[in-house]
Design a protein around this ligand. Structure first.
Ligand code: NI
Length: 173
């Protein structure tokens, strides 16, 4: 993987983004963990962050988003949700997952015990209306619904295949 995964060439333009839990740990099988993401997105949307579409899967999420400073907003989203999710896992005494988040933490992150998200968000600049439509359709119409999140939350969990560029190590996801 190159440095490109960190780079937003046009941070005010819409991007397709992928946030992945460290070591593909499936923490979003828990509805409360999904709610943390949902509430954080809603908070950012109140500050002008636009979300065109998103999908939360068991160990990663995709969104098409736009803001004046997408790179900074995504950094806020990652850091805020990481703190909340770790606090939630501690409350639930999810020891196995916490142990793995500590174990797989990158060596240079000395300021924390756990790392929740993988580095980077694989930003893909949406370069045309056609690409926007394709990414949104991918998110909305992927055929395999998982169904462990209440439909009232307007969240859909879909199995994802072709766009999961970094998912080669996890079977079927
Ligand atoms: Ni995916």
């Amino acid at each position: 993987m190159g440095r490109s995964r960190y780079v937003f060439t046009a941070p005010e333009q819409p991007h397709f983004l992928t946030l992945t839990v460290l070591h593909w740990l499936p923490i979003f099988t828990r509805p409360d963990a999904v709610d943390i993401i949902f509430n954080s997105l809603r908070y950012l949307m109140g500050e002008g962050f636009k979300v065109y579409a998103y999908v939360i899967l068991e160990n990663h999420l995709h969104l098409v988003a736009q803001s004046d400073q997408l790179d900074k907003d995504i950094a806020r989203l990652k850091s805020f949700t990481a703190r909340q999710l770790i606090a939630y896992l501690q409350t639930k005494k999810a020891k196995t997952i916490l142990d793995q988040l500590a174990f797989y933490k990158k060596a240079h992150k000395r300021d924390r015990t756990y790392q929740l998200w993988q580095e980077g968000v694989h930003p893909e600049l949406i370069q045309s209306e056609g690409m926007m439509r394709q990414k949104i359709e991918y998110i909305h119409h992927n055929p395999v619904k998982r169904g462990y999140v209440d439909a009232r939350r307007a969240l859909a969990l879909f199995q994802c295949k072709r766009l999961c560029r970094n998912g080669g190590t996890v079977g079927g996801v």
